[in-house]
Design a protein. Structure first.
Length: 200
């Protein structure tokens, strides 16, 4: 029997990518879609290429049927998931979060990340952080299988970590001093990239 999936933030780039991946996954089935915009519309009206593949309605958070899902994906900006995770956690529904909200085990570790991103430094669900697993299967595969909350790595960290991991394991480089330089386009900012990426 396939696991039933809920995607929160289903109309953004990450949510759309998840829908497309899960549609091809043999053990998962998209059952509920949530977003802040386009509530009531069918997802194929927002993304016409999904016609005939996924035609579920977009729900608000108030309409979520918690008993009808086995796993939830949060494809939301930083600090959104931490405000809504409690109900999933209490009901024992595993969560995979795409933001930086759950990549850390302590509020102090999160605070460093938040300060570097110029976000508010207080984590709104600090009691769940000890249950989080950093979602890098190359290192934490066994922990991920049992995790209640998986903090999905960002694109830059995963590229840097996977690029350097073999050299660190073989002690070719020291793990305490590294400098990484990365380049990106603005698609990394998501569907609503904001004024900071309007270069003209």
């Amino acid at each position: 029997m396939k696991k039933k999936v809920l995607i929160i933030g289903s109309t953004g780039f990450g949510g759309l990518g998840l829908i497309e991946i899960i549609l091809r996954h043999p053990e998962l089935e998209v059952k509920q879609l949530v977003a802040r915009q386009d509530i009531g519309k069918k997802i194929n009206k927002v993304f016409p290429h999904l016609d005939g593949f996924c035609e579920l309605p977009i729900l608000s958070m108030d309409e979520v049927d918690y008993d009808g899902i086995d796993i939830a994906f949060f494809s939301t900006p930083d600090q959104v998931g931490m405000t809504i995770i409690k109900k999933f956690f209490e009901k024992g529904i595993p969560v995979v979060d795409f933001s930086g909200d759950f990549r850390f085990k302590t509020p102090e570790q999160y605070e460093v990340y938040a300060r570097n991103r110029e976000l508010g430094s207080e984590h709104k669900s600090p009691e769940v952080l000890e249950h989080c697993v950093y979602g890098l299967p190359e290192i934490f595969a066994d922990d991920i299988k049992k995790a209640r909350i998986v903090g999905n790595p960002g694109c830059f960290p995963i590229a840097m970590i996977l690029g350097m991991l073999p050299a660190i394991k073989e002690k070719v480089i020291s793990s305490h001093v590294m400098v990484c330089d990365g380049k990106t386009g603005i698609s990394g900012a998501g569907k609503y990239s904001g004024d900071s990426n309007l270069y003209p």
